[in-house]
Design a protein around this ligand. Sequence first.
Ligand code: FE2
Length: 233
Amino acid sequence: MLNLSQPQEFVKPAANCLASYVLEMLTAIHVDQFATSFANLPADPYLEGNYRFRRLSHFKVAGDRLVKLPHRRLFQSKQYNPLLGDVIREYAELDDALIHLEDFQRLIWEFFQFCQLCSTSLEIGVHQIRTTASSEKLGNPAPEGIHRDGVDVVGIFSVDRYGIGGGETHLYKTKDNSQPAFSKVLHPGEFLVFRDDQYFHYTSPVKAIEVESATRDVFVLTCPGLFPPDEAE
Ligand SMILES: [Fe+2]
């Protein structure tokens, strides 16, 4: 059980569900605090090439409290993920030091403001993901291509870009649409939130610029989480 109440500065007035996407700069969140945690991410064993590192945890909003849920596995159907769909994936939980950071909890509360508008779910999945690149090898933040996650709302929060070129995030109205509705490199502190049923998303490959090992760090939040069919609530 986490005991940080909803910070007042993030409470938004009641509104309709997002008609479009929202891009905001969360200046109240100090991303430097997350660096140690990202440096200790385990490799994603489901992806060839050893360039992606990640953890995953789930949280539930109970009144004005955030509750960390017990460990759960990740599942997407082939309909949503042609690369790793129908594979039950298991990732280590986010580390406790990160979860107890006030600014980390602020990010979840911020995302929940949008979930409340567009979803009946009180559950939020938080993916902590590092994509790496070297002078010889590109990193691919979205190896499945232009896709949907199969949830109600998705948020992408940029934590750090170290020596990274590329990694532009796109939203598309249709999967074969070559003209994105949104196209931008997300810089640290920027938070892109959109309805998963309204937009397909994609982030282009990343390359190293003037460093031997470059890193792109993000949190991807989903509402609700994505569980194997027999583990869904
Ligand atoms: Fe995605």
